[in-house]
Write a protein that binds this ligand. Structure first.
Ligand SMILES: [Zn+2]
Length: 251
């Protein structure tokens, strides 16, 4: 079942507040970029949630496993044209992070891999899902031959592990286990985040049933972030994230 990747057009008519923040009247390309990255980040947090709720064994960094789910779902949920757009935008999201730090020194102590490595991991798995059809994507995004050669194997591993997990929670009648939590909408960025989260919850409930309820909230956090909180089984999408994405979109 494929989703609509872009809902940008729907929002263009909405009124925007006067702050310097993400606006619904931003250039469509920027809107799509922000949406794509909100989705990519949401799927990453979904990875953390599934690891916790299903008590999945993780051999290696959980952050890497969550990144793998994110790109796996971009490939799995969307039709080719949308999937490619999402892959570009979310890959560029990592470049935006690099740019934001103002230097190219990787943060080796961080629980996440260095951003450029996350970039290439994403590109590799996305390319590996269809090496025949996505050669130009890999080339365009600068995936070196040495890595590209084994990306089909990396994709197979991703599909074998996360695909099996999704099969486990798939239910022909869907379920009600994804639930919208607190939503605080004060900006266009927050509104965009809320709309994406609502439509994702609906889509996930159509196909999947978890053994526990997973809540997704859209609230201000005081910082541009998104995280999964195991104590409340809750994904928190901070409303500041969308503005930050718009500010640091690579140009
Ligand atoms: Zn994470």
């Amino acid at each position: 079942m494929f989703r609509q990747a872009t809902i940008a057009a729907v929002f263009s008519a909405l009124a925007a507040p006067a702050q310097a923040e993400f606006r619904f009247d931003a250039a469509e390309e920027l809107q799509v970029y922000v949406e794509s990255n909100l989705l990519g980040i949401f799927y990453h947090e979904l990875g953390h949630a599934l690891i916790d709720i299903l008590r999945l064994p993780i051999f290696g960094q959980e952050e890497d496993a969550a990144d793998v789910l994110s790109v796996f779902l971009l490939d799995e949920f969307y039709e080719e044209e949308d999937a490619i757009k999402l892959a570009y935008d979310t890959a560029f999201g990592f470049l935006g992070e690099v740019q934001q730090r103002g230097d190219y020194d990787p943060v080796y102590w961080d629980v996440h891999g260095p951003d450029l490595q996350r970039y290439f991991n994403l590109v590799c798995i996305f390319y590996g899902a269809d090496p025949e059809g996505r050669g130009d994507v890999a080339e365009d995004l600068g995936l070196p031959e040495e890595r590209a050669e084994y990306c089909d194997v990396e994709y197979d591993q991703a599909a074998g592990s996360w695909g099996a997990v999704l099969d486990e929670v798939y239910h022909p009648d869907g379920g009600q286990s994804f639930r919208l939590g607190e939503v605080v909408v004060e900006t266009d960025g927050a509104e965009l985040t809320a709309l994406i989260v609502e439509s994702e919850i609906e889509a996930l409930n159509e196909e999947f049933r978890l053994p526990e309820v997973l809540t997704v909230s859209v609230v201000p956090c005081g910082q541009p972030n998104a995280f999964y909180d195991p104590q409340y089984r809750e994904i928190v999408m901070c409303t500041e994230f969308a503005d930050n994405l718009a500010d640091w979109a690579p140009r």
